[in-house]
Design a binder for this molecule. Structure first.
Ligand code: TZP
Ligand code: MG
Length: 213
């Protein structure tokens, strides 16, 4: 299974848009990978949101990854889960979900990455810079932080696609990919735009111009 180089993430409280509508705009703009990031909702409301978003992703043939909630991901038949510090351990998730499910995680340090996510399918590493999208933000890594962590991965034989996340804008792409990163994840640059589909399309065009290794 191929991990996309561009992960689009939905957000709560975007005026006038549900998560499914955000996903639809992103997919119209060319997104092929959507992470549903819902916070503070009870299971039944969350599951309904996940089902609506899955229908959109299926229409556009995009992958749907559910943030935090292994049970909902399994019940609705999503493509994967994204697990952070407070979520189920990825190895337990693998047992529950089987080999075909995509399991990703968030890390901030090399130690965290290798101790917890060695067997994940991809790792979101960040934040690249400060962002107000996430509460309780870990220390900012910047390009230097990525270089160091990617070099530790190389010397330890860890070969997992690493996705940069946190405050990423088009003008950051050259510098980020120079670190050897595999891909990037974005939320507010699309979600805060007036025309979200156009913002996604523009971001993809800029990403395609960056020489990938
Ligand atoms: N994890 C680390 S930073 C972040 C998450 C979910 C937020 C990414 O959103 P944005 O708006 O692209 O900074
Ligand atoms: Mg989480």
């Amino acid at each position: 299974m191929r991990i996309s180089r561009l992960h689009y993430i939905t957000q709560d409280n975007i005026p006038g848009y549900t998560h499914a509508q955000l996903a639809e705009e992103a997919c119209k703009g060319g997104a092929d990978w959507v992470q549903l990031r819902v916070k503070g909702k009870g299971t039944s409301e969350w599951k309904k949101i996940a089902e609506e978003t899955l229908a959109v992703c299926q229409k556009y043939n995009a992958k749907l990854i559910i943030n935090d909630n292994v049970r909902i991901a399994k019940e609705i038949g999503a493509d994967g889960v994204h697990l952070g510090n407070d979520d189920m351990h990825p190895e337990e998730a693998r047992e529950k979900l089987g080999e075909k499910f995509i399991i990703g995680g968030t890390a901030n340090t090399f130690f965290h990455l290798e101790s917890k996510f060695r067997f994940a399918d991809y790792i979101g590493l960040g934040p690249f810079r400060f962002t107000s999208t996430k509460e309780k933000l870990s220390p900012v890594l910047g390009a230097e932080g990525y270089k160091q962590i990617l070099s530790s991965c190389k010397s330890s034989g860890i070969d997992i696609p690493i996705i940069a996340i946190g405050g990423i804008k088009e003008d950051d792409l050259d510098g980020i990919f120079q670190t050897g990163i595999y891909g990037v994840a974005i939320a507010s640059i699309v979600n805060a735009a007036e025309n979200k589909a156009a913002a996604m399309k523009n971001f993809i065009q800029r990403l395609e111009k960056v020489s990938l290794q």
